[in-house]
Design a protein around this ligand. Structure first.
Ligand code: CUA
Length: 145
């Protein structure tokens, strides 16, 4: 290995470690939640909001052609909501307007995201994955009060 090869190798490793460090920093330092597909959770049969503690909620969400269940979710301002999303039929998407929530609903699996609602208001939920003729009507809402 000549000097040039050694330098290239060191530079390559340095860039790899830098990128890895930035990913860890984004996750830990900036609290950027990476969407997660949970493989060890059985998809729920029923869509509902469960209060798990003071200001803490678990949202079992079901996406299907062409609605979300529950269609409307109400939580107090400041609540942290853990979203567990699955699909009954085809692949759907779930984006909550005004938040970073952007996950896929895949039949047979559960996708997870956490969101904290600091400001009161109505947040639209939209399906962002084409899922058939009425895709554009597939929506729901979160009301933070
Ligand atoms: Cu569901 Cu598009």
């Amino acid at each position: 290995m000549d000097r040039f090869e050694k330098r290239s190798l060191i530079a390559t490793l340095a860039v790899l470690f830098l990128f890895f460090g930035l990913v860890v920093y984004a996750a830990r330092g900036l609290n950027v939640e990476v969407p997660t597909c949970l493989t060890d959770v059985t998809p729920h049969e029923e869509g509902r909001l469960i209060e798990v503690g003071p200001g803490r909620y678990q949202l079992n969400m079901i996406a299907r052609m062409w609605n979300f269940e529950p269609f409307e979710v109400r939580v107090p301002t400041g609540s942290t909501v853990d979203i567990y999303l699955t699909s009954r039929d085809v692949v759907h998407g779930m984006h909550i307007d005004g938040t970073l929530v952007n996950i896929m609903a895949i039949p047979g699996t559960v996708s997870y995201a956490r969101v904290k609602f600091d400001k009161p208001g109505t947040y639209q939920i939209i399906c962002h994955e084409y899922c058939g003729t009425a895709h554009h009507t597939m929506a729901g809402k979160v009301i933070v009060e």
